[in-house]
Ligand binder design. Structure first.
Ligand SMILES: [Zn+2]
Length: 225
């Protein structure tokens, strides 16, 4: 029998030009599989390996990497991770993210093209990935057109990616200066109201719990607080 999956928010820190930069990839694992969701900025391979080993699971157990969207701080270390775990780790991403991750077209925000990484499985809205008890793919376009959030069914945890951010435990709308289509982004938050969510892991800001549904309704209605 498969054990119950564990889900945690990682904390990846990097001092880039004296600005501390902290992001929160998610890890989910059980005795069968070990998943990393989003991969920091380029050059964080060793830090990710070290953090996984120290707090979560041995790096060699990593079986899947999921990417929420094409932004550089989410797929940054993916090429390095894929290279060191070639043939072992499967990469999953939304179908609209695939050409960006595979380096076929330049990223929308930076205009740069990333090194090729093979996407092994392309995802669609509504897909249920049969790993770690089930993870539902929810298309949440707006921040970028290819953006997805992931809902870990057994733990009732939403991995928001950048569909929302958090500050000191408070859920907030996505950062306006980094969001391509704010109207679409808020409509995407409205879609999340349908799910029974106990906690949200925001890539920027970490974990939020309590009154999630109420807060999703406020955010989708355009209210900041
Ligand atoms: Zn982003």
């Amino acid at each position: 029998m498969t054990t119950k999956a564990t889900i945690r928010a990682m904390k990846l820190e990097m001092n880039a030009s004296s600005n501390p930069f902290i992001v929160n990839p998610t890890v989910i694992w059980d005795d069968q599989h070990a998943i990393l969701i989003d991969t920091g900025i380029p050059g964080q391979l060793e830090l990710i390996q070290e953090q996984l080993e120290l707090h979560y699971f041995p790096f060699h157990r990593l079986s899947h990497i999921m990417i929420t969207h094409q932004d550089r701080d989410h797929l940054g270390s993916l090429p390095e991770l894929a290279a060191v775990s070639e043939g072992v780790v499967e990469v999953l991403a939304h179908e609209l993210s695939v050409p960006y991750i595979q380096g076929e077209v330049p990223l929308l925000k930076s205009g740069n093209t990333v090194p090729f990484t093979q996407v092994d499985q392309s995802l669609k809205d509504g897909d249920i990935i049969p790993l770690c008890g089930g993870i539902r793919v929810i298309a949440t376009p707006g921040h970028t057109p290819d953006h997805i959030s992931l809902y870990h069914i057994p733990s009732k945890t939403l991995i928001s990616g950048d569909a929302m951010i958090a500050n000191e435990g408070q859920l907030l709308p996505p950062a306006e200066q980094h969001t391509a289509d704010m109207g679409a982004a808020l409509a995407s938050v409205g879609k999340l109201v349908d799910y029974e969510i106990e906690s949200v892991i925001c890539y920027h800001g970490g974990i939020c719990t309590g009154n999630i549904r109420e807060r999703l309704i406020e955010i989708s209605a355009g209210s900041q607080l």
